[in-house]
Design a protein around this ligand. Structure first.
Ligand SMILES: NC(=O)C1=CN([C@@H]2O[C@H](COP(=O)(O)OP(=O)(O)OC[C@H]3O[C@@H](n4cnc5c(N)ncnc54)[C@H](OP(=O)(O)O)[C@@H]3O)[C@@H](O)[C@H]2O)C=CC1
Ligand SMILES: CC(C)=CCC[C@@H](C)[C@H]1CC=C2C3=C(CC[C@@]21C)[C@@]1(C)CC[C@H](O)C(C)(C)[C@@H]1CC3
Length: 430
């Protein structure tokens, strides 16, 4: 690397995720867990969890036919068609171009805002299709589950590898945390900050479109499968899970510009971690509750429905208002007249409102919603609570990573801020 390139892209000296062994572990365990959550909680294998012995599992895993059954050419074509549709929609659907936050080179990237209109188009087309051909025409995602998981994993791997290799071209801006020189680690964590093809930004595109919208399509397919089995109706628990997750995704897409101030966009590179997170983990793991409710149908009744709705509304209110306060503030607005502190770095930090109660109030809201999405599945199995448990670990880890980054960015001002706002996520608790 030439000296000016070294100044632009300094070597990463500190590893996260326990370095290359940790990166390799997560790279292998994310696909393994995604499959395990299917085979360990599905009617095809006999329940959630199924009653199978360890030797039977070992037998299956040592049979090449089992490995071959993970591949489904039709599902792969469907997945590719879906991905291509999202790309074409990005190009052809109109949208404003907005600037992201300032890059360390001083410039700003511009992003096309049309995720919400793409979502409305997809929902309209799906509703029309189901209306015309009936719910049985939309159950193919339930049937093709394993093949779709495999296809999305291959796409994630291809993108992670492609972006890693492309990051070696001269002039690429690398992520400060993704330039360690260790190929396994950099491939996983993401070497280039904003890989793009012309004006098409790969990271923000993947974060909001093919995976998030597919998650809703999967939920719709699960609801259709349940409706077919029940002669046309769905249970209140399925309706709740569908509405909560539909709302969460619609909200993310409607507030598309808000992702430009999140850690993934401002700080992390785009590597296998984000690719597999966006393309496989979000749609295939976050929809587990809806898939479970297809074969374990539950009616909650009015009282429990209202209670779960109240939990979700509480979470959503905290999540949306906290993210809104920060996003407004980072875009030069302060409609609630919140208190803030000046820092030597030039950027200000909110010290009142939600951001005065804890340093990551938005995580608290997100976690409460995660709980509300699992509660409709009842308490027969802990597996449907996987999402809440994993999410708590992810958010605590994310809070530690973000606090370390902020400490680097803000120095002693960050210490002053942590004295003013001592709680990390849950006020008065953590
Ligand atoms: N459903 C899911 O799977 C996931 C959802 N999420 C959600 O994504 C959202 C974004 O999360 P994430 O990007 O991790 O974190 P945040 O949106 O909390 O952003 C963190 C950044 O905000 C800025 N900041 C911190 N404190 C303050 C303050 N007091 N005033 C103003 N700015 C501040 C800092 O950047 P700077 O000062 O440089 O601007 C910091 O790096 C969250 O709601 C989270 O719940 C996240 C991960 C997974
Ligand atoms: C296990 C593994 C590989 C984890 C990778 C993490 C990703 C699953 C998450 C990292 C940040 C995310 C965000 C969202 C989804 C999950 C991932 C990709 C998000 C798009 C969900 C909707 C929200 O409203 C959001 C836009 C704030 C959010 C942004 C971060």
């Amino acid at each position: 690397m030439s000296p000016p390139e070294q100044a632009l892209n300094p070597r990463t000296k500190k590893y996260e995720f326990f370095g290359p062994p940790g990166a390799l572990f997560v790279t292998l365990s994310v696909p393994a867990t995604t499959y395990a959550l299917y085979f360990g909680c599905s009617e095809a294998t006999g329940g959630c969890p199924p009653h199978v012995s360890a030797p039977a599992v070992i037998d299956a895993l040592s049979d090449p036919a089992w490995w071959k059954s993970l591949w489904d050419a039709e599902a792969a074509v469907m997945y590719l068609a879906w991905y291509a549709f999202c790309v074409v929609a990005w190009y052809v659907m109109p949208g404003d171009w907005v600037e992201g936050v300032e890059l360390r080179t001083g410039g700003k990237k511009k992003y096309k805002i049309n995720a919400f209109s793409t979502f409305l188009l997809v929902m309209g087309l799906s509703a029309g299709y189901i209306w015309r051909f009936g719910p049985e025409s939309f159950t193919f995602i339930y049937e093709k589950w394993v093949g779709l998981v495999t296809a999305s994993l291959l796409m994630s791997f291809a993108q992670g590898l492609g972006c890693y290799l492309a990051s070696f071209r001269p002039g690429a801006i690398l992520a400060l945390g993704g330039n360690s020189g260790n190929p396994i680690y950099d491939f996983f964590i993401g070497r280039e900050l904003n890989p793009s093809i012309g004006s098409f930004d790969i990271k923000s595109f993947n974060e909001l479109r093919p995976g998030l919208i597919l998650w809703v399509l999967i939920d719709i397919s699960m609801a259709c499968e349940q409706a077919v089995r029940r002669g046309g109706s769905i249970t209140d628990s399925m309706l709740l899970v569908f509405l909560f997750q539909f709302w969460y995704v619609a909200d993310a897409l409607y507030n598309e510009p808000a992702i430009f101030t999140t850690m993934d966009i401002t700080t992390d590179g785009f590597g296998f971690m984000l690719a597999v997170g966006d393309l496989t983990w979000v749609p295939c793991v976050y929809s587990l509750q809806a898939r479970y409710l297809v074969f374990k149908q539950k009616e909650l009744g009015l009282f429990w429905t209202s209670a779960v709705v109240a939990v979700n509304l509480l979470g959503y209110w905290i999540f949306r208002s906290a993210n809104g306060e920060k996003n407004d503030f980072r875009n030069g607005r302060n409609p609630k007249n919140l208190k803030f502190m000046e820092t030597e770095r030039g950027t200000k930090l909110l010290t009142s409102g939600w951001w005065g109660l804890s340093r990551h109030p938005n995580y608290l809201g997100d976690l409460i919603m995660a709980l509300a999405w699992s509660l409709p599945t009842g308490f027969e199995t802990p597996i449907t609570y996987f999402y809440v448990s994993y999410f708590a670990v992810l958010l605590i880890h994310r809070q530690i990573r973000d606090d370390e980054n902020c400490e680097k960015k803000y120095g002693k001002d960050w210490h002053k801020y942590t004295q003013l706002v001592p709680y990390r996520i849950i006020p008065y608790v953590y």
